[in-house]
Write a protein that binds this ligand. Sequence first.
Ligand code: ATP
Length: 722
Amino acid sequence: MHHTFLRRLELQGFKSFAQKTVFEFPDRVTAVVGPNGSGKSNVIDALRWVLGEREAKQLRGDSLANLIFAGTPKRPAVGFAKVSLVFDNSKKLFPIDAPEVTVTRKIDRSGASEFFLNDSEMRLKDLQPILARAKLGARGLTMIGQGQSDLFVRSTPEDRRGMIEEILGLREFRLKKNQAERQLSTSEINMEKVRAMLDEITPHLKLLRRQKSRFERRTEIESELQTFETAYFSHRYYAIAHDLKKTSVPVARLEEEKNKKEKEVFLAEQEVKAVDQEHGGVERGKMLRESLNELFKKRAELERAFAKAEARIEIESVPITQAEKSAADMHTFLGTIKEEIAIIVDWHEIEKIKISLQSITERITRFFDRDVTHRDTSDLKKELERIREELEVVGKEIDTLRVAEEELAESGQRANQEFRSKVEVLENKKNELRKLDQELVNLRFDYERVVMRREELEREWATLGNKKEDLEKLPEIKDVVVSSDIERKMIRLRGELAAIGEIDPNLMKEAEDTEARYMFLSKELEDLTNAVADLRSLIKELEHKIHADFKNAFSSINDAFDHYFKLMFGGGKAKMKLKIPEIKVQDIVVQESGEEVIEEKKEKGSELQAGVEIEISIPRKKITSLEMLSGGEKSLVSLAALFALISVSPPPFLVLDEIDAPLDEDNARRFSDLVKDFSKSSQFVIVTHNRATMEAADVLYGVTMGDDGVSTILSLKLEGMK
Ligand code: ATP
């Protein structure tokens, strides 16, 4: 036995099926029969419901809660309704790796509805495309409800197209297209939002970027400046260090030399002094000379005294006469007398005058009577002898001193010689010392100049905000040409730095944040743009697919439609025609007055929106409108369309609820023949009261309702009955 696609339907608590009821569909055509109101259509409702029908009306109820067995006087209500539909999946109509697929729907009294696909819960939204791919829909021509046999005719051109698309399996693509369109519009809205946000931050970002690039330039300049400064300071520092070494070493050497020289000078001086002291020279000479001069003076005095004494002796030895009395003596004597008399003349006392004159007379007598003949010279001679002796002593002394002086002169000459040579040495040394001193002064001067250069450099270094000790840590950069323009460059770079100003960390942070936001938004815009482009092309593809498949099938459908129509009506003609609808478009029109008016215009829609119109001609009748057809005729036209469709694209199964009801006997027979024919490619579940249809069925279920208001079924195998 071959597998059927639709395997089993399980009902529990659904409408009149209070207890669990299982319909097996082991063969191609299953008919469900039973008296009115026994619950046959509830089976169809269950099929519709489990495949996602959302409208209560389509399920013949006010609310979905009415789907749960409400209870009867004899049977209590239940809490939930559950319907499972089991499919064979050996042909992989469902994209699931399982041999059987069960779609289950459950509802409780709270109205919460759940879907399951093989026990895993699923949202209807996600289930729908899966069902659509398997060409399973809750509505349309694959599931024609009670009283809907004329569905195709009754429907609008757009709905007809939908039915055709469903049976062609294009519903899946329609759903996808609709979804893509929804996504597209959301994406476009988001894109606009993102674009607006980008537009908003862009001017500010530009500003921030400029600022940031200025700051970046600052870092660049700083590092450039740093390189220059390092080169500049290193070069100068090491040049100075070199010069310091060059000057300090000779200074030290010279100082040492000078010390040595000073010692030498000192020693030479000592030697000169020693020579000087050794011969006693000048001092002694002076003393000798002084003593000699003293002696000379003494001798001269003695000689004079000697001569005087000799002369006296000579004089004394000659007797003295009156005449020999010197005139001078006389003169003096007389002068004295004269003066005395002059005084006496003025006197008045005779006695006194007499006495005085007597004295004068006596004195005159005495003057002239003086005895000079024998004078004693012995004392003088003794004196003379003494002087002569003394002269002799002095002469001897002078001789001694003269010898000493001569000797002294002689030795002095010798000492002088040595002294002079020593002094010469000393002078030479002193000269050398002076020269050294001069050299040292010069060198020290050079050294100090270098030290000053270093201090100057250190000051310059410190002015730039550097630490003193870092200067010494500068690497020695060799092979660097520190040209004169390095300083110019440094000044220029410092100027640029000053012009840029200090880096504002807040601004940098803001720039980064804004940049990140910009990047984020740009990325989002890009993603959205890509998504929009993808969606547009997906929509295009889907449209193309739907359009192409539809077009391809449409002419075959039309041919088949005409064929089945002729079959049912015994002639005539039927045709489906595509009609592109006019779409209302609102347009803003500026009038002459300048006023803006919204005008409604009608535009031609796309081919994809084209609806399906039906044109028929019935033999021997003049039909201008479908409305003119009878109820049975409408059903026949609809059935012709149904069979045309399923002949071109057979669905896995069809569920038809009493669509044979309006048919006359001939047509009912034709219908059951067609069902039999098409059952080769599609499975049928048919609710019917029609005998011919029942005869076409392989499996027959009878539904009855007991007095407890609960539907029960019994399976009637038809093989035996046929
Ligand atoms: P006909 O042949 O006349 O079309 P039918 O066999 O198709 O009849 P249905 O319309 O399927 O009959 O069944 C209707 C029956 O189901 C009614 O008796 C109704 O009371 C019962 N029913 C419908 N909904 C519920 C519910 N929620 N709880 C209990 N019974 C319900």
